[in-house]
Design a protein around this ligand. Structure first.
Ligand code: NAD
Length: 426
């Protein structure tokens, strides 16, 4: 059985951590080498993924520990350049672990494709005519993706709206497509383009745009967890966390940073698994404003035991097939590390990371402030910026943290002193 609680994981060497994670899934030497960067990522794959490729941009891949999701322990792969994110997620997950971990659900795997129809004389009658032809529309869409249909997915329904702008009425047809284990943008766009001429015939209008909507409101991932007041540092900390949440819930300036913290975790897993970070981010922020005001994606309350209960609700259009999920060799390994077998499990796991990340950030903000935990990593970045070499960085970081003074000018001074041999009297 996999146990994700690994005390002291951060103290191990990179190779020891990797062995610990990959032994469970029988990674072969090639796969380990690929993760460690010892086998270079094939430039041919990179060149087939985007245009005008000239090289690679490596991003660290870390593992968040301590996640228990629906009773099963999981290691969470996170690709991010930002210090503290992986540690914060692991730390919050550890607190949730004590209370049974995270519990999740997904509302479905349905995406919307939009078809914009212009120049219709009678848009409301055209809307009615479209609904009369629903079966034929769905049939034409599904003919474009027999694989998806054979897997139990495909176009399942339509919705039609008339939008009145300042100078015209336009008809917007939504194709509702169950994309199963795929994120679904290509699948949905293909269907929207294929059915467009038929929509023109029905409406006598002119189809313009045919494209997926990233507001994936029929693919909502939910996660919840309880964090004990004792572990958090007492009831005052719990109350301060709830106050921090309420600040975000009612103030968009705060909410955007609060949600950015959530996305620190979410985007890192989305990226690690080869999914589309922009699609998930756009959907998340639109969903945060769905009430008409931009709000928190999470909710925090004090439960009847006096502990902190958190929940998150977020659109999560991610897949385990399609896009880069299978073509990127490291993304394939990230999915293996997660040990999931469906896009549903992936979406739900990602939501738990968002919740954990949010708790960690709010707890830091509500107690010692965010900078303390960041100090050493921040100092490390500044030391690199100041030109310290690998052998000098640790000493400079130690000194800056000891002085509680992590500023670029001081780090630069320390670097210069060290290079002249005078830090700590040396
Ligand atoms: P895709 O077309 O590569 O793969 C999906 C196809 O895989 C399905 O249509 C189906 O035929 C097949 N398939 C095989 N096994 C499946 C299974 N178990 N479940 C579902 N389908 C299965 O990829 P996609 O998911 O349609 O599109 C994702 C890509 O589209 C991403 O790379 C994304 O960046 C890109 N994209 C996004 C947008 C946007 O979000 N606005 C727009 C254009 C493209």
């Amino acid at each position: 059985m996999l146990i994700s609680r690994v005390p002291g994981f951060f103290k191990l060497s990179v190779e020891e951590r990797l062995s610990l994670i990959t032994n469970k899934w029988n990674f072969n030497e090639e796969e380990k080498k690929l993760l460690l960067g010892l086998t270079p990522f094939p430039i041919k794959i990179a060149d087939s993924m985007i245009e005008n490729t000239v090289g690679l941009m490596p991003i660290p891949l870390g593992i968040a520990t301590n996640f228990k999701i629906n009773g099963e322990d999981r290691f969470i792969p996170m690709a991010t350049e930002e210090p503290s994110v992986v540690a914060a997620a692991s730390n919050a997950a550890k607190m949730a672990y004590e209370k049974g971990g995270f519990f999740t659900s997904l509302s479905g795997s349905i995406m919307r494709g939009q078809i914009q129809v212009l120049d219709i004389a009678d848009p409301y009658s055209a809307m009615a005519r479209i609904y009369e032809k629903k079966a034929e529309i769905l049939k034409r869409c599904n003919a474009k993706d027999p694989t998806l249909v054979s897997l139990g997915g495909g176009a399942i329904d339509i919705e039609v709206n008339v939008i009145k702008t300042s100078n015209q009425s336009m008809l917007i047809l939504h194709l509702l497509v169950d994309t199963r284990d795929a994120m679904g943008a290509n699948a949905v766009n293909t269907m929207a383009e294929a059915v467009a001429p038929f929509i023109e015939t029905i409406t006598s209008g002119r189809v313009a745009l045919r494209i997926i909507s990233n507001l994936a409101d029929r693919r909502i991932a939910r996660a919840r967890a309880v964090f004990s007041a004792k572990q958090l540092g007492g009831i005052e900390v719990v109350k301060n966390i709830v106050n921090a949440f309420e600040f975000a819930e009612f103030d968009p300036y705060r909410a955007v940073t609060h949600n950015k913290g959530i996305m620190n975790g979410i985007s890192a897993v989305v990226l690690a698994t080869g999914n589309d970070t922009r699609a998930v981010e756009a959907g998340a922020h639109a969903y945060a404003s769905i009430s008409g005001q931009y709000r928190s994606l999470t909710k925090w309350e004090i439960n009847e035991d006096g502990d902190l209960a958190g929940s998150i609700e977020i659109p999560m259009a991610v897949g385990i097939v399609g896009g880069a999920t299978k073509s990127h060799p490291v993304a394939r390994l990230a999915l293996k590390i997660l040990g999931i077998h469906t896009a549903e499990e992936l979406a739900e796991s990602i939501a738990t990371v968002g919740l954990a990340q949010n708790l960690a950030a709010m707890r830091a903000l509500a107690t010692e402030g965010i900078q303390k935990g960041h100090m050493a990593l921040h100092a490390r970045n500044l030391a690199m910026m100041a030109g310290a070499n690998e052998n000098e960085i640790d000493q400079i970081v130690q000194q800056a943290v000891k002085e509680q003074d992590v500023r670029y000018d001081r780090i630069l001074e320390l670097t210069k002193q060290l290079q002249k041999g005078v830090v700590n009297g040396k």
